[in-house]
Design a protein around this ligand. Structure first.
Ligand SMILES: NC(=O)c1ccc[n+]([C@@H]2O[C@H](COP(=O)([O-])OP(=O)(O)OC[C@H]3O[C@@H](n4cnc5c(N)ncnc54)[C@H](OP(=O)(O)O)[C@@H]3O)[C@@H](O)[C@H]2O)c1
Length: 441
């Protein structure tokens, strides 16, 4: 039986899942591969720590160099997280001609370009299925299953923590703070949830997906990013009245070349992460709790959706082990690079965020005074925004703000921002206007 040696850096949640699957599915994997995967070293920070999965202590090391220096290790599996140490390890592996598997979207979003360039130079593979949506095979789908097709849009629920919180806000009428506390209690949110609730984690994942789906070259700071911290149960209630569910979406959409661009100019894509109202009956609206899903629209296939667990030891471990198996197949067939890495130059441009077009939900907090609705509507019209629906609650207490909700037809983001800036300065506007984009997915 042939054997391929691997070294794993990181024996935490994902590392534990990977080692457990490699052990419990060893016979199936050998049968499918015609070879044995041999774990030669496992690097950790603290060799004395108690581990959920048993491992021969002789394999443990606190020196990641032990993985790099072992000539029998053909594949380095990076499961440490973070950017700097992970990058040093991955670069060290690639420089020595070793293949790499990683689950680290932060690393790919920040240093993906350098990693792919070096891998291309060295003629080795980099696989990263677990970096986006954990166990859901979205990377393989974009890289292989849809290699024939042209993707026009991608809408994803790619962060389980925020989807768990939004589901609780929707179904239990919970406030954001209470839903977050419950998510932390149940282990769905970290003690410091900032990266998740700010939309930053989803933006990192969108960069990885947009590169594969469109050949984009984005950094997280290029993505229009809004989190979920300002959402209130009231927004869910209003959404329901209009027939919408509220989700944090990662969106990339092809919009064609820039207006007035020369013939042959590249297409542009919108890239954004924000709460979005979507039709209550849509597939994504049914994605509850910590589950992940991505809807793709491509020219030949049309709409398709992938759905599953986006985190956790076993789902994520399963994606990592699939990468190890694929890579091992390439090694055994002598064909690294069989599935090409993303192109080395961008194929599309980022569309400026001011040019994004969609429909909007606007919740104004206004004084209940004559002429407020008329003045708001005429200011929107002045900025080329047409109204699709209006709802206003009756006033309860004297002097309290009255919500005025307007749903617009498709409008340009810059026009909408201009109108809201002016409306928010009216003396009859009592709180900043809440804006939520509406997506038809
Ligand atoms: N958790 C998930 O569900 C999930 C899902 C998708 C992707 N990911 C990604 O998978 C990666 C790992 O996540 P995780 O949740 O498994 O993290 P984790 O539980 O914190 O585990 C990290 C592991 O890396 C080790 N480590 C950290 N820095 C090291 C260093 N400099 N040298 C040697 N070992 C080092 C730690 O050692 P000690 O144990 O000794 O501290 C630990 O075993 C991250 O990139 C994450 O974004 C995670």
């Amino acid at each position: 039986m042939r054997e391929v040696g691997i070294g794993i850096a990181g024996f935490g949640i994902v590392g534990g899942g990977v080692l457990s699957i490699l052990r419990s599915h060893a016979d199936d994997i050998e049968a499918r591969l015609g070879a044995r995967i041999a774990v030669r070293r496992v690097a950790v920070r603290d060799a004395g720590k108690e581990r959920a999965v048993g491992l021969d202590p002789a394999l443990l090391t606190t020196r990641v160099e032990d993985l790099l220096e072992d000539p029998e290790i053909a594949v380095v599996v990076e499961l440490m997280g973070g950017v700097d140490s992970a990058f040093d390890l991955v670069r060290g592996a690639l420089e020595r001609g070793k293949h790499v598997v990683t689950a680290n979207k932060a690393l790919l979003a920040a240093r993906g370009e350098d990693i792919f360039r070096l891998a291309r130079q060295q003629g080795v593979d980099v696989y990263y299925e677990a970096a986006v949506c954990g166990g859901v095979p979205i990377i393989r789908t974009l890289r292989e299953a849809l290699a024939s097709d042209r993707i026009n849009s991608l809408h994803g629920i790619v962060n389980g923590t925020t989807n768990f919180i939004l589901t609780a806000m929707d179904e239990q009428g919970a406030r954001f703070e209470d839903a977050l506390r419950e998510a932390q209690r149940l282990g769905y949110a970290e003690a410091d949830p900032t990266l998740d609730v700010s939309g930053g984690d989803a933006a990192q994942k969108l960069c990885v997906l947009a590169q594969l789906a469109f050949g984009a070259r984005l950094k997280p700071e290029d993505v229009l990013t809004e989190g979920i911290t300002a959402l209130s149960p009231e927004d869910f209630r209003w959404g329901r009245e209009f027939g919408y569910a509220l989700k944090l979406l990662a969106i990339a959409r092809r919009t064609g070349p820039a207006e007035g661009a020369a013939a042959g100019a590249p297409d542009q894509i919108e890239a954004r992460v924000h709460p979005a109202f979507i039709p209550a009956g849509s597939l994504l609206a049914g994605v509850r709790g910590a589950m992940n899903a991505v809807v793709l629209r491509s020219e030949a296939l049309g709409p398709s959706m992938l759905y599953g667990q986006g985190a956790g030891a076993m789902p994520t471990g399963s994606a990592v082990v699939s990468d190890i198996i694929d890579l091992t197949r390439n090694i055994l067939a002598g064909s690294p690079g069989r599935v090409p890495l993303p192109p080395d130059r961008p194929l599309v441009e980022l569309r400026p965020h001011e040019e994004v077009r969609c429909a909007y939900y606007l919740r104004f907090s206004v004084k209940d005074a004559p002429g407020v609705l008329a003045r708001t509507a005429s200011k929107l019209a002045e900025h080329r925004i047409s109204i699709a629906a209006v709802q206003q609650r009756e006033q309860n207490d004297q002097g309290q703000p009255v919500p005025l909700v307007i749903v617009t037809h498709q409008a340009r983001e810059a026009d909408l921002r201009g109108a809201i800036d002016e409306i928010d300065r009216y003396p009859t506007t009592l709180a900043p206007t809440r804006l939520i984009r509406i997506e038809s997915v």
